[in-house]
Ligand binder design. Structure first.
Ligand code: MN3
Length: 197
């Protein structure tokens, strides 16, 4: 069974003006699709072809000879997780259990926001900003390229793609503005809450 590009969880115009349909046409339709196509080509007729996406990511993460497979598999997973990390009329402060856990871990929602924005802005080159569960506690992290929390013993709760292709059409070089918009207008806290388990 070949992997397939999951459809977006909302219409490509649903996050405008914060993320344009044009960005989704390239980012979902071309970039995410290319990772899916590359992964299928790389695992075709190998024992990995029958494994789940998560199994492929974990099995190839520590094997330099399988870096191409890891990069494409992790990017397939990361992008699907990113689309779900956003929703129309999202963002702002969460409520409920996740709000309590954020206050407990960071002191306040504003301090969490500062830490998340800083992680995304200081990821040199391509990568991802994350909110993760690590040993039951929330943490902000950043990963380069395709690296993903599951291979670092962490559970992903929320992510923002900070590769240039994620924001360049809408924000050009202004990555900090993109991160601020993500937090203020796009975050899907219902999805993040579900990831607390
Ligand atoms: Mn991307």
């Amino acid at each position: 069974m070949a992997f397939e590009l999951p459809p977006l969880p909302y219409d490509k115009t649903a996050l405008e003006p914060h993320m344009s349909a044009k960005t989704f046409e390239f980012h979902h339709g071309k970039h995410h699709q290319a990772y899916v196509t590359n992964l299928n080509n790389l695992v075709k007729d190998t024992p990995l072809a029958s494994k789940s996406l998560e199994e492929i990511i974990k099995e190839t993460a520590k094997d330099d000879s399988k870096a191409g497979i890891f990069n494409n598999a992790a990017q397939v997973w990361n992008h699907t997780f990113f689309w779900n990390s956003m929703k129309p009329q999202g963002g702002g402060a969460p409520t409920g259990k996740i709000a309590d856990k954020i206050n407990e871990a960071f002191g306040s929602f504003d301090k969490f926001k500062d830490e998340f924005k800083n992680a995304g802005a200081t990821q040199f080159g391509s990568g991802w900003a994350w909110l993760v569960l690590d040993g039951g506690k929330l943490k902000v992290t950043k990963t380069p390229n395709a690296m993903t929390p599951m291979v670092q013993g962490q559970t992903a709760v929320l992510t923002c793609d900070v590769w240039e292709h994620a924001y360049y059409l809408d924000y050009q070089n202004r990555r900090p503005d993109f991160l601020a918009t993500f937090l203020d207008h796009l975050v899907n806290w219902d999805f993040a809450s579900k990831n607390l388990g």
